[in-house]
Design a protein around this ligand. Structure first.
Ligand SMILES: Cc1cc2nc3c(=O)[nH]c(=O)nc-3n(C[C@H](O)[C@H](O)[C@H](O)COP(=O)(O)OP(=O)(O)OC[C@H]3O[C@@H](n4cnc5c(N)ncnc54)[C@H](O)[C@@H]3O)c2cc1C
Length: 434
């Protein structure tokens, strides 16, 4: 390709398509390369998106054929032992009516395709089935384009946006982002389990079109730092479980076995019963937080979304950060074009937008959370079992006075987790999210 573009984007995920849509809307000559056969073909997420960030890029998205599966009206958090466990649930009519599509489920294959089409309809050129293999630089080291695996593969551009996700060989190859360390990422495996729409409505007690998210902590990750999720789609469930990659390496657990165990847990099994597995996928999640974020712009380039480690693990917000960082990158590029300055200084509007946003505020707030989980494996081992024992004791009506039960519970907890360790856990936990 001999043509010169204003902006070349690597990856048509939420970050890349957001940037492309905003740039193309302003008439900026933009090309997006996607290695999948079509945008979304390689992508995977539990599937919850957030309307606030999407509406800034595609106002009225719900009326523009956005492939929404279900509007989320209830969020649950479960804390499970091997035999059962606790469930905390929040359901709100406001999310059903006033705040509709605050969050909603999507299938990424359909959503990413729709989103990329939105960018294309505004004038961006989206090129699928093409891998970006390297970046091109001028004599001064400024990025001036990229190389692809196409025969006519080099593309010149004034700015390159890396929006190529967490597993980014390109970022590592170019040195813009150090290769992700095992403790900085989680490996997640996911099954999409087909069930009828009516069965989902009935099992999750929702009206047609409404849905539920369930995050599951505790004894579902074989003692590893991780989490399980169940999200309702229109006629399927996204069932995923993941854990820190360094834990996978030391525990030598097979991810698909962990997923099968999760699906057969006594609390999960009734929800997936009779379902037909449709897709099985594995993917990394960027969970190291604030301290692992690389420098996100330099001479002639910017990094957005997962590629820049912009992911809030505690609230499982990644797609919104990808979209908003893509939008910020586009806005900063438009400013740089007005000034004709594509150096790091000229693109600095990106960094200042990010620093002033909810994203960096949240990531700074939770910067200790990843380390906290890695230091306190009892959250995934002894604590859920002790918590389960406590509830079982208190709920068993057997003529034993409650005071004696309390003593037994205290003794059991302190047997498994010494008092000092327990206090340390509570203190560290509070400090990691305060
Ligand atoms: C199991 C799981 C559950 C999740 N659940 C949620 C959730 O519920 N809510 C949420 O907000 N987030 C969730 N996330 C995170 C969310 O998926 C990501 O934060 C989001 O997809 C990041 O978007 P992105 O555009 O930065 O990267 P991606 O979505 O990864 O897109 C990157 C794109 O770049 C392409 N690409 C990569 N390299 C190249 C190359 N060299 N050349 C060309 N193309 C390339 C890829 O094929 C891909 O299409 C989840 C993630 C996982 C794994």
């Amino acid at each position: 390709m001999r043509e010169q573009f204003d902006v070349a984007i690597v990856g048509a995920g939420p970050a890349g398509s957001s940037a492309a849509a905003v740039l193309a809307e302003k008439g900026v000559k933009t090309i997006v390369f996607e290695r999948g056969e079509y945008p979304g073909a390689k992508n995977m997420s539990g599937g919850v998106l957030y309307g606030h960030d999407l509406a800034r890029i595609v106002p009225g998205f719900a009326e523009r054929n956005c492939p929404i599966e279900r509007n989320i009206v209830e969020s649950q958090v479960w804390y499970l032992s091997a035999d059962g466990g606790y469930a905390l649930s929040f359901r709100d009519r406001v999310f059903e009516e006033t705040l509709k599509f605050n969050s909603f489920t999507v299938g990424r294959a359909r959503f990413d395709r729709w989103f990329a089409q939105e960018a294309a309809s505004r004038g961006a050129l989206v090129v699928p089935a093409t891998v970006v293999t390297d970046l091109m630089r001028d004599g001064g080291g400024r990025v001036v384009g990229l190389r692809t695996d196409r025969p006519d593969g080099d593309v010149h551009a004034r700015v390159v946006l890396l929006a190529d996700g967490i597993n980014s060989p390109l970022a590592a190859k170019t040195g813009f982002r150090p290769e992700a360390k095992p403790e900085h990422v989680a490996l997640a495996v996911k099954d999409v389990v087909e069930l009828s729409e009516e069965a989902i409505d009935e099992r999750f007690h929702v009206e047609k079109g409404s849905g539920v998210t369930i995050e599951v902590l505790g004894a579902v990750t074989r003692g590893m730092d991780g989490i399980g999720v169940i999200y309702t789609n229109r006629n399927s469930l996204s069932v995923a479980v993941g854990a820190n990659l360094s834990d996978f390496m030391t525990h030598r657990v097979k991810p698909y076995e962990m997923l099968e165990e999760f699906k057969s847990h006594p609390r999960v099994a009734p929800l997936v019963k009779g379902g037909r597995p449709r897709e099985y996928m594995a993917h990394w999640i960027a969970e190291a937080g604030y301290d692992a974020i690389p420098r996100l712009c330099g001479d002639g380039y910017l990094i957005a979304g997962d590629s820049g480690m912009l992911f809030n693990a505690l609230h499982r917000e990644g797609s919104n950060m990808a979209m908003t960082s893509g939008r910020f990158a586009a806005e900063a590029i438009i400013e740089a074009m007005e000034r004709g300055d594509f150096t790091r200084g000229g693109l600095d509007g990106y960094a200042s937008r990010l620093q002033g946003s909810y994203m960096m505020a949240d990531l700074r707030k939770y910067r200790g959370f990843n380390g906290f989980r890695l230091r306190h494996h009892e959250i995934f081992t002894t604590l859920p079992e002790a918590a389960g024992y406590a509830a079982r004791q208190m709920l068993t009506v057997d003529g034993t006075p409650k005071k004696l039960k309390q003593r037994a519970i205290r003794a059991r907890i302190l047997r498994d987790i010494p008092l000092l360790r327990l206090l340390r856990l509570l203190w560290d936990g509070w400090r990691s999210v305060k």
